[in-house]
Unconditional design. Structure first.
Length: 502
């Protein structure tokens, strides 16, 4: 950030907006830039007034208009930091807007750079082209290491007492937090466990991300073994198990981008997203795409930038976007439904998917491919586009095995192969629902579920593939030749494993 500020100041930019909740770290970067430029730094806030940071001399001026007068009275090159000034501009005061534009014009000719500091507030249209936005990245391990050492020293612990592996794990667990949030998480870990524990730091990070509402660290207990079928997809993921390691980079492999998983509802797409994080051994972040969209102009785009910045700070990680088509259904509306907000946000997301270099593996799932624009489906944005169809009879048998064992019964007592034949056109979710219904019936009769219970439940249930036969058949027809099948079947010994073609 210091380097960026120096370049903009030397280029004569009169207005910058440094966006961050980390005021102290941002001010340190501005101070370092001013020192290297050899220019004085003045700072203003509504509480402390207008301050010369070199001498400490301060003049009380709680009014932002008075602060702009003070800027105009300065002579020579200078950097001026205005804390929380965006909040005043949000009120759309025409006098303040006009006065700031005059100040920026004067600053352009006199070598002054005005830096607004704070969280993002949408600028009035009159100022959008006159002030350049800069986002302060979340701190990485190098910035968090001194914070960690400070907590250890304040607790009377020797920083050398942490093993290199534990230190790396703790710093990794704090990725995506601000400096203050990381400091609090480190301190809490010391209070709870007497030392720094990665699990406690990761727990606090999950709570901190949940407060923002855009991203959450999803609890992940799923593995590939918990998925019945989808052998082609699972083999593909296992092949990339070490894709985020330094060894892969040394070999010349690019960082994996992600995968798009399309298919029939209830066939295990979300479970696959959870299992992907377990395969790679990295955190699983879930993006609530619906919450990206805000009511204020520019808020949606700012939310997406914040989510991307957080994911890249936590990387390597898996970013899961569930039911993607629901969030971006209006992206092809040309602004007719939402003023073009969906299209702009979707375009920014596509650009990031194409250009990103951070080790963030994106898993996007969707049920209705007709709602997705064609530019989303092309290679380059994804490593692979998968289609998850209705499970085959062999996959249904595997699913029955997993479901019965999940609820504490022996699969061999219930003939999973026979149940697979009886549950034709049922998805994995519907098979589990059928088993739970059989458990309810048995529990009401104070006994264990029987094969007869299951036969009755399957006879009475109507699967989604029947209820929504037409749209599901259209989806299956669309997938032929357009997406890679997630399932395989085995030919007799000596035969070749082939993808299921439907």
């Amino acid at each position: 950030m210091k380097t960026q500020l120096i370049r903009y100041a030397r280029a004569g930019y009169a207005g910058l907006y440094l966006v961050t909740p980390e005021e102290a770290r941002a001010e340190a970067a501005v101070k370092a830039a001013a020192d290297e430029l050899g220019r004085p730094l003045h700072a203003w806030s509504v509480t402390s007034g207008f301050t010369d940071t070199a001498s400490g001399a301060a003049r009380a001026c709680p009014d932002p208009l008075t602060a702009l007068d003070q800027i105009d009275s300065l002579t020579g090159d200078a950097l001026i930091l205005l804390r929380d000034f965006g909040a005043f501009l949000e009120e759309r005061d025409p006098l303040l807007q006009r006065r700031l534009r005059d100040t920026l014009r004067l600053g352009k000719s006199t070598g002054k750079t005005v830096i607004l500091l704070g969280v993002w507030k949408p600028l009035p249209p009159e100022l959008e082209r006159e002030i350049t936005r800069l986002d302060l990245d979340l701190p990485g391990p190098a910035e968090l290491a001194p914070v960690l050492d400070g907590i250890l020293e304040s607790a009377g612990l020797d920083p050398a007492s942490l093993s290199p592996d534990t230190r790396e794990a703790v710093l990794g667990a704090a990725g995506g937090l601000t400096t203050m949030e990381a400091e609090n998480a480190f301190a809490l870990s010391v209070v709870e466990s007497g030392t720094l524990h990665p699990g406690i730091v990761a727990r606090e990070k999950a709570l901190a991300l949940r407060k923002g509402g855009l991203l959450e660290v999803a609890e992940n207990t799923a593995t590939l073994d918990a998925i019945g079928g989808l052998e082609s997809l699972k083999a593909w993921l296992r092949q990339r198990r070490a894709a985020f390691t330094g060894r892969a980079r040394d070999y010349g492999l690019p960082v994996p981008k992600g995968m798009l998983v399309l298919g029939v509802p209830g066939t295990g797409k979300s479970l696959t997203a959870r299992a992907t994080a377990a395969v790679f051994g990295v955190p699983l972040l879930r993006l609530d795409a619906g919450r990206l969209f805000g009511s204020l102009v520019g808020q949606s785009e700012a939310n997406l930038r914040q989510a991307i910045q957080t994911a890249e700070a936590i990387a390597p990680c898996v970013l899961w976007i569930d039911e993607m088509e629901k969030a971006f259904a209006g992206s092809g509306s040309s602004g007719s439904t939402d003023g073009g907000t969906s299209a702009r946000v979707f375009g920014a997301l596509l650009n990031w998917l194409q250009e990103k270099t951070a080790p963030v593996f994106v898993v996007a799932t969707a049920n209705d491919v007709s709602q997705l624009p064609p530019e989303l489906l092309r290679k380059g944005r994804w490593d692979e586009c998968w289609f998850v169809d209705l499970p085959t009879v062999g996959e249904r048998a595997a699913i029955w095995d997993l479901v019965i064992a999940k609820y504490g019964r022996a699969p061999a007592d219930y003939d999973p192969v026979g149940l697979a034949r009886a549950s034709e056109q049922h998805t994995g979710a519907e098979i589990e629902a059928a088993w739970v219904e059989a458990l309810h019936r048995a529990f009401a009769g104070d006994r264990e579920p029987t094969k007869e219970d299951l036969a009755d439940v399957l006879t009475e249930s109507v699967p989604l593939a029947v209820t929504m036969a037409e749209p599901i058949e259209r989806l299956r027809h669309w997938s032929k030749g357009r997406a890679r099948g997630a399932s395989v079947f085995d030919l007799p010994p000596g035969g070749r494993r082939l993808e299921v073609v439907r």
